[in-house]
Design a protein around this ligand. Structure first.
Ligand SMILES: [Cu+2]
Ligand SMILES: [Zn+2]
Length: 170
């Protein structure tokens, strides 16, 4: 009876771990450490779906990437490192051998500063492997001051890092 209870609890823990891996919510913060909304990450068979729900973002076009370290130290967010690029290839959708796994289309923020947007990145995973967003040390979601030109090295000439959200490693 005691061993049965043990088996049941191990099964429950494994189930919880699996569920935790299937979805995670990232809180994005600006340089003043204020929340500017969330990005809910959901595992898909062919990538990761990002449900953005943002507010108080400057209107206009902003680069949006996964960066290589799960650390967001305001105000510069330099601690997030470069773009998440496990293949160590060039940056950009308009570069030969690009894009980085963490490269994504620019966000287009309307005048009211609110953005609800669903984005799918087919080059990353919440599961195991080199392209996992939960790799050792984690990864980060970054919104930049300016647009990504999709070709300048190493990061699309997107200017400073306006907001950042940490994704924990495993
Ligand atoms: Cu970036
Ligand atoms: Zn890149």
């Amino acid at each position: 009876m005691r061993s049965l209870r043990f088996i049941l609890s191990v099964t429950a823990l494994t189930f919880i771990a699996h569920v935790a891996n299937a979805a995670t919510t990232v809180v994005l913060k600006n340089a003043k450490n204020e929340s500017i909304g969330t990005a809910k990450l959901t595992a898909l068979t062919n990538g990761v779906k990002i449900d953005l729900d943002l507010k108080n973002v400057p209107a206009g076009e902003h680069a949006f990437h996964f960066h290589e370290t799960g650390s967001c130290q305001a105000p510069t967010f330099d601690s997030a490192g470069g773009h998440f690029a496990p293949a160590k290839n060039p940056h950009g959708f308009d570069a030969a051998q690009g894009p980085h796994a963490g490269d994504m289309p620019n966000l287009m923020v309307p005048a009211d500063g609110k953005l609800r947007q669903e984005i799918i990145n087919t080059q990353v995973t919440l599961g195991k492997g080199a392209n996992s967003l939960h790799k050792a040390g984690g990864t980060a979601l970054v919104i930049h001051d300016k647009a990504d030109d999709y070709k300048s090295q190493p990061s699309g000439n997107a200017g400073g890092r306006w907001a950042c959200g940490e994704i924990k490693g495993e």
